[in-house]
Design a protein around this ligand. Sequence first.
Ligand code: C2O
Ligand code: CU
Length: 459
Amino acid sequence: MPDHDRHHDHDAPTHAHHHGSVAHEPSANWKHDYDEAYRAAEPNPGRQVVPIELETSECDWEFVPGKTTRAWAFNRCVPGPTIEAHVGDVLQIRLKNRLPEPTAVHWHGLRLPAAMDGTEMVQRPIPPEGLFLYRFKLLDAGTFWYHPHVNETVQLERGLYGPIIVRGPEEPRFDAERVFVLDDVKLGKDGQVKPPGGWMEQHSGRQGGTRLVNGREEPEITIAAGQIERWRIVNASSARSVRLSIGGAPFRVIGTGGGLIERPVTKTDWLIVAANRADLAVGPFEEGQVLRLQSVSKEGGKRGDLYATIRVGPARPSRAALPDVLRRIEPLAAGAAVPTREVHFGWKPGMKHGGHFLVNEEAHHRDKPVCVGELQIWDVINDTLMDHPFHLHGFFFQVVDINGDTPEFLSWEDTMNIPPKGRIRIAWMPDDRPGEWMYHCHILEHHAAGMMAHFEIVR
Ligand code: C2O
Ligand code: CU
């Protein structure tokens, strides 16, 4: 493919100024890195290249049945199409931007080369009518998602996001599988998405009054009695944490952001912070049951905001088989590990952007480089009184401890809540994918205001 077909003219002006964020330029050799990553992406033996066509555009969408809203969407759907593939496949995504403003897409949770990460550090935003090709190999099974990494408080809120499912060679067997993308949208009386709000919204993060499951307000879902389903949940909200409950009925958590956990864990509610995912084994239920898929305010909470109504229909036979051991995860670090870095998430009063949202005392922080192959043990410290979902691009980490306590189970994560005035210790290994990476709070308003850091991974 000729070079100019792969990405738009790189001499086009950049549009990195959004909501007070500072302008970032990709490094001088981004095009070279991009071409190299593009060429290097070859499927594993027996696997394939999966071609995906995505188009961002404005379109009419009924978040609320019967009410038309001007949304922004991938392929005119909220959420965008579910991208499904296997470990070892190569995704080749042709992205056409038909929005009235620039965009670029981040593949949240995927371990891909830096050049394909979709941030302003590794590519120029794609101008209106521009085209960009992303191409990378899928290394891990799990539930991931894609969303723009430009003007996020507007682009995601209006509906630009979609799920990614990557299947491994061995997956537990279920009677059915569903993807539920949760969101909330702030609609005005005219039924249109409200423009970004003032100080308070920027401070607390935007929470809309219309709760969505797969782009619809409070849908009804039918499940067969006697069956066990795999539900892949993605929280695509701008800011809202969802402690999910299925009418208080027990379910089993089988996976988190970085794929399956070691063993199923039985819960009656489960916290999914903004940008995080959870895989649940749900059921069996009895015919005639009606359950509220809802968020509850605290562990063991009874009633909360409705997301969907689940109706249990006539029984069907089950062939689900959920093993006791789902996966083996080797711990990267012992509890006594010595931290290699401290990262402080902070806030200071200020008139603009809901105050100053900082990493290590600085908005849009530049953090020290990290070396390939050197184990990273980071203490991520929340100096504020709010929750901040910490997201690391491109690499999975393990949580060593939260506020000094060992987590309930070992898992791979890319997004983890840091409780108010709390601290998480994480361990991660930079494998050989040098380049510009970042971490940030995934409350979109906080990220835009500067609660983020860039850093380089070097060989
Ligand atoms: Cu899901 Cu930098 O983001
Ligand atoms: Cu935050």
